[in-house]
Design a protein around this ligand. Structure first.
Ligand SMILES: [Zn+2]
Length: 344
């Protein structure tokens, strides 16, 4: 499609939708800030009256505009090539590839590469590789081969990793969430963070509660029959990962196992929330549409609010359609701060 084939109204719609498919087809100049962006830029949208569209960066620069430091509009082709190259490398590798290794192959820094890859695919490189392995394992299993063959065929380094992966999957582990947690041991701690006191609780399968300004009582309410143990050695290791993820969300949350259980609809919503890349937001109607129930906007909002694991299931990335923050269980300042630190 050439520049003239689209109207400015269509371009503005693409900008509103942060449509990645339009990246490289035009750039959005913002007269008030003096910068130009790719259509999908994750930054807050400018007012329509301050926007002018240009076919490319050259045309925008000719009027004195500078490229946005956040979405790097002049790098679209380079980014696409980097992502294509990385996907080929991931698909062709027997072993999981380290982020640094993938980044080196594309000539980007690891942090930048992670951001570019996630923007294009909706998944971090690690999550992409994991999804690919899961898919291959499922295919192999359904063809009737033995489980262990399937595991090795799919490129896992060994059976323990495979089962570890499966257990960490949301919605597949329910032990602590039935009968008030009877028979389950839940380790927990309240730790000071830059967002205030944070409660973290976990079963042997993953984090089952993450919240702010709560203590043991909140856990007793949810898991009246569980054995609540403060601290613990293995739990400390997990706790450290959680604190690091909350304080510096650069590497995403995918590596931290979660143990939650909800209705099928709630779990579908929570899974969608986990797919929103850091630095981006969705509206409640986006989420309703993503789970195949475009009219269930209010129900999507309730499922969002019923999330037991704040931050790691990033319900803070859902905002109102008009761009205002909407609500947050632990207060808007925490939501605002989380979004701010994810905007890199
Ligand atoms: Zn931008």
């Amino acid at each position: 499609m050439n520049f003239k084939a689209m109207t400015d109204d269509e371009r503005w719609d693409a900008v509103q939708a942060r449509d990645k498919a339009q990246d490289g087809r035009f750039v959005t100049g913002v007269l008030t800030t003096g910068i130009y962006c790719r259509p999908s830029c994750a930054a807050r949208h400018p007012l329509r009256q301050n926007v002018r569209f240009f076919p490319d960066g050259d045309a925008a620069r000719a009027t004195g505009l500078r490229p946005c430091k956040r979405c790097l509009p002049d790098d679209v082709a380079r980014d696409e090539n980097a992502v294509i190259k990385a996907i080929a490398a991931i698909k062709g590798s027997e072993e999981p590839l380290a982020l640094a290794d993938l980044a080196r192959r594309t000539g980007y820094s690891p942090t930048h590469f992670q951001r570019v890859f996630t923007r294009h695919t909706g998944l971090s490189p690690a999550a992409y590789a994991r999804a690919l392995r899961d898919e291959r394992a499922r295919q192999a299993l359904s063809e009737g081969s033995r489980v262990t063959d399937a595991i090795y065929d799919a490129g896992f380094s060994g059976p323990s990793r495979f089962y570890g992966n499966m257990e960490g999957r949301m919605g597949m582990t329910a032990s602590a969430w039935v009968n008030g947690g009877k028979g389950a041991t839940i380790h927990w701690a309240v730790v000071p963070t830059s967002l205030g006191e944070m409660l973290v609780a976990a079963t042997g399968k993953g984090v089952c509660r993450l919240s702010f300004a709560e203590g043991r009582e909140a856990l007793e309410e949810r898991f009246p029959a569980a054995d609540l143990v403060e601290g613990g050695e293995e739990f400390s290791a997990l706790l450290k990962q959680v604190i690091a993820a909350v304080e510096a969300p650069v590497n995403g949350f995918d590596h931290i196992p979660i143990d939650v259980k909800g209705t099928a609809f709630q779990e579908a919503v929570w899974r969608e929330l986990r797919k929103i890349p850091a630095g981006e937001t969705r509206s409640y109607s986006d989420i309703a549409a993503a789970v195949g129930k475009p009219n269930a906007v209010r129900a999507a909002g309730s499922a969002n609010g019923a999330n037991n694991v704040a931050v790691l299931i990033p319900c803070h990335r859902v905002v109102r359609s008009d761009g205002t923050l909407g609500g947050y269980a632990y207060g808007l300042p925490i939501k605002e701060e989380l979004l701010k630190r994810e905007s890199f």
